[in-house]
Write a protein that binds this ligand. Structure first.
Ligand code: SF4
Length: 272
């Protein structure tokens, strides 16, 4: 299976299952090896400019709308040494500069492999490549303040404000996510907030209003991306023997997307 994928919507399973547990533990502790679903190129939706995206495997959330459930399990990823990932990234360094883009680590949850993430970001910055971390935020305290400087931009998913709603949606509490947002604000690190809009699940106006107020109050949120729910990852759930509950959920209409963006803009944020 090639590391380069056509898109993250390719179903990939068991690609790292032959790696012994002891090697996995060493990889996680040292960051000398990571597990990646794929590298994709040409993204214009994962940070500024045109970007190469490394899709990590491993995630502790279980979002009902997840379009990459094959990234939940680390052993579904391709074992990739830090040297190989760095070399792969190096191929694009000149093009990324011309296109004012960079490298984004997404997933899955990249901070499940926090040592690998820090080392790869450090290598990218040394090559002059802009770095972005797309994260659900729950493991933010794995990185020191100094390590956060290896990330030029954090794309922070805020999935719901109400903790019960968040738990229903993801299986986990959102307090650590909000704490991470506050810490990034205290450090004045640049953040883009990402909010996935799902009709009937995350479209409560009061909840969105609270996320908007919170985000605006942080002072370091440069932009909000409202991401309309879609069904591109639906086909993955069945072969993974997972129960998909959003079979009949439609993408949000333009009115709902506009209303949501307007709620963020009302608080003074740039929302798209
Ligand atoms: S945090 Fe992202 S990868 Fe993890 S379950 Fe949620 S949508 Fe999927």
């Amino acid at each position: 299976m090639p590391l380069e994928g056509k898109s993250p919507f390719e179903l990939r399973v068991n690609l790292g299952r032959d790696v012994p547990d002891s090697d996995v533990r060493t990889a996680l502790a040292t960051g000398e090896m990571g597990f990646l679903h794929s590298f994709t190129t040409g993204s214009t939706v994962d940070g500024p400019g045109v970007r190469v995206v490394g899709w990590t495997t491993g995630c502790q959330f279980r979002c009902l709308y997840c379009h990459n459930p094959d990234t939940w399990t680390m052993s579904n990823g391709i074992p990739v040494t830090l040297a190989r990932a760095t070399e792969e990234l190096g191929k694009y360094r000149h093009g990324l500069k011309i296109m004012a883009g960079g490298f984004t680590l997404s997933g899955g949850e990249p901070l499940m492999q926090d040592r690998f993430a820090v080392k790869l970001f450090t290598a990218a910055q040394k090559m002059g490549i802009h770095t972005a971390l797309d994260t659900n935020g729950i493991l933010g305290d794995r990185l020191t303040d100094r390590e956060l400087e290896t990330i030029n931009l954090v794309l922070l998913d805020i999935k719901a404000w109400d903790s019960e709603r968040h738990r229903h949606l993801t299986g986990m509490d959102n307090a650590p996510v909000l704490d991470f947002a506050r810490r990034l604000a205290a450090l004045n690190r640049p953040v883009w907030v990402r909010f996935v809009l799902v009709p009937g699940l995350t479209d409560d106006a009061e909840d969105i209003g609270k996320i908007a107020k919170f985000s605006a109050g942080l002072g370091n949120v440069e932009r909000v991306d409202v991401l309309p729910f879609h069904q591109l990852g639906r086909f993955k759930w069945k072969p993974l023997k997972l129960k998909y509950t959003l079979e009949n959920t439609q993408p949000p209409g333009n009115d709902l997307v506009e209303r949501t963006c307007a709620q963020f803009r009302k608080e003074g944020l740039n929302a798209y």
